[in-house]
Design a protein. Sequence first.
Length: 487
Amino acid sequence: MENHRFEQLIIGAGFAGICAGIQLKKAGFDNFIILERGSHLGGTWRDNNYPGAACDVESHLYSFSFEQNPNWSRVFGPQQEILNYIGHCAEKYGLNPYIQLNTSVEKLVFDEEQGVWQVLCNNGKTYFAQSVISCSGGLSQPALPDIRGRDDFKGTMFHSAKWNHSYDLKGKTVAVIGTGASAIQIVPAIVPVVKELQLFQRTPPWIMPKIDGDISAFRRNMYSALPFMRSFYRWRLYWFHELAAYGFTRHPALLKFASKISALFLKRNVKDEALRKKLEPSYTMGCKRVLLSNDYYPAVQRENLHLITEHIDEINNTGIKTKDGVQHNLDAIVFATGFYAAEGVVMFDVRGRNGVSLNEAWKDGAEAYLGTSVAGFPNLFMVVGPNTGLGHSSMILMIEAQVHYILEAIKLMKNENLKSVDVKTETQKAFNEDLQQKLSKTVWQSGGCVSWYQTKTGKNVTLWPDFTFTFMKKTKKFEAEKYELVR
Ligand code: NAP
């Protein structure tokens, strides 16, 4: 068994892990490692490579502020381009030598005496590090629905985040289960290829037009030559998205206006009244993620697509049977059914002070201080931890704010020669009481829907109920007085 000692250990080489590594290096830290379970970096943008995958936040905002890219080919960059961008950042900032691929963390154990985390991995390796920065992703565990007979199906089936590229869809009868953010990108991309597409919809989403398109060579050259123009564009995008936060969290009247646009968009695009009825959402806009697409409604109207709104009764060896007793025979099933988010923020066994397990500490729903520190788990920092997700803007903004905060903590630990920092229980409690109070007023809690934002008991443990600049302000400075410091 190999043993390795580091000052910091980062779990995951997606956007968050790469950001943490870059900032550690920039701050002069050199004794760290990034463990990545996959055979390539990129996190969600490596895994979600399904046909049609692209970002639904503009790339000029969905990218690092310190590494703005003048060359995005489209307003909403496609998956491969985003993955290339992450690879470019790792390369440019010299991170590749720090990344250990094919290494999946299974268990973290805190040694209080030493002030060190022991990190046990699937390949038998054990690492030791004073601080662990968990960047394992909020949406990295694909959820397969608990449908009776699911494993009896004799055809091909796979999840949207584990696309089977060796399976040729041409001429096949294929089911897509789900009509969320992934499905509305997949459906238009595969419907021209398959013989028939059976689209199983449980809840119709709110869809807005996507103001997308190629970014001209002229514009790209301008962004290269005049960086302030690029920054100005990013600034405009930023404030446009912050306005949406105002609607989601404070002023639902704004959403009424947006839902009128969405309803009009549906009416314009779908002439058949019966079909349109099926596509009309019945909950308040914003309660689930608002989707952007120009090609979904046209795809749904293609002759070879059948929108099935009857609920699924079972999956059997030849296909799917719906509650009305109709059997839908299939060659393949695509599960575009989302991820374990509210219930599975951290996917490995974490043992903090006195051997307490994080799952046990979170049995009533995950919570942390600023989505980053959890009382009883010293020197463990999370990026995209509880209640840091966004319904309205770019997650990269939150990632950068959290990484900045963590760096402040790590610098303090180094400068003051601290063994450990552990957020005070009362700090975490007060923060979360205030957070849940704010959440209770948002559309996510009152919008009349069930979403992945909430646990089974309805507690929202995923979203930040405020503007991103409020989060940035709160994470600007590491407030040592809110932590128990051990020297
Ligand atoms: P999702 O939004 O959770 O959607 C899952 C879909 O599967 C929903 O339509 C859901 O229906 C349906 N479903 C689940 N279980 C089902 C069952 N047993 N029977 C029938 N239908 C079932 O998942 P996602 O589309 O993968 O998106 C998840 C998140 O990933 C998004 O909200 C977004 O944050 C992120 N994402 C981002 C992008 C991007 O462009 N940046 C793209 C894709 C995903 P109900 O609504 O009725 O539950």
